[in-house]
Design a protein around this ligand. Sequence first.
Ligand SMILES: NC(=O)c1ccc[n+]([C@@H]2O[C@H](COP(=O)([O-])OP(=O)(O)OC[C@H]3O[C@@H](n4cnc5c(N)ncnc54)[C@H](OP(=O)(O)O)[C@@H]3O)[C@@H](O)[C@H]2O)c1
Length: 329
Amino acid sequence: MRAVVRHEYGTADVLVVDEVPVPRPGRGEVLVRVDAAGLDRGAWHLMAGDPPAVRLALGLRRPRDPGVGSELAGVVVAIGPGDRSGLRIGDVVLGAGLATFAEYAIAKTTALCRRPSDLDAVAAAALPVSAVTAHQAVVDIARVTDGQRVLVIGAAGGVGAYAVQFAASCGAVVTAVSRRDKHAAVRDLGASAVVDRERVDPRDWGVHDVVIDIGGRRPLAQLGRLVARAGALVLVGGEGGRGPLGGTSRQVGAALRSPFLPFRARMFVSTVTTRALAPVVEAVADGRVRPVVDRVVGLGDVASGVSALEAGSLVGKVVVVPDAPTETA
Ligand SMILES: NC(=O)c1ccc[n+]([C@@H]2O[C@H](COP(=O)([O-])OP(=O)(O)OC[C@H]3O[C@@H](n4cnc5c(N)ncnc54)[C@H](OP(=O)(O)O)[C@@H]3O)[C@@H](O)[C@H]2O)c1
């Protein structure tokens, strides 16, 4: 089968399309024919081996598994031994998988849910990691309620585009922080107000009941000034930074300092499970949330999609469709 692989850590230019064997599902796993696969920033971190601490798990000098991609929508074509999940060959699913930028990919049965017939594969593939993360941040952790003032930093990105929608659907008054060229898009997703992060000083971003930092680059002290007393700060992203933990060291610092702060400060690592996918699929079905796809690329154009992610030019997600034609030479 064809798959996007990388044999060393790096940015978009380490990616190539190669012929590789179709993987075999183990216990608790299924093989999925990939109809579409979303690109999320977490997959980029694994591709790049950044922060360095992830290399302890993935391979110190080079990645042991060359595959890339974590989200998928497709059809179950083989089931691992001893399966008790109830999934059947031919089931149409979405969820998280391994090395999903390929014609076939392995997924744990516990990380999949059935895809409703009116949700197409491209839209479904734009949901799993990003929308589940946004739902967990807004609903489970911040517990956003009607009328609250919610600031979403990184509002136009993969997670942010859903965080804005979930917060607005909870009845919050959402202020979206993004580059100015994305303001029309974030208003369209439900933001009542917008802030141009490149031109407006963070001291003028206002005070909010809930601050959800997805951009992941702001110092904790700066974020703290944006949170109302007894409010909540949810740290989703962790970018930049030095040392083995890179930008995630800020989240660890916030967790340690949380008991001494006048607001709740929470970090979390999202998990895509059948149960976590359910409210996301339900929100899409009843129209509270819509999948946000910036562009669709074929396997041969994954590098250009990754470059766009690195450049910060996307609104929502890149979705990879294995049989889409390659456009770049
Ligand atoms: N905790 C978890 O379980 C979890 C799960 C998924 C993702 N994440 C993390 O969440 C972060 C975002 O993921 P994503 O998929 O949404 O990435 P993304 O699609 O690249 O979006 C990131 C957004 O951050 C904004 N941004 C860039 N520089 C910024 C800055 N200096 N200040 C404020 N905003 C800035 C960008 O928008 P503008 O340029 O328009 O501002 C961009 O839209 C990543 O760090 C990712 O690893 C964490």
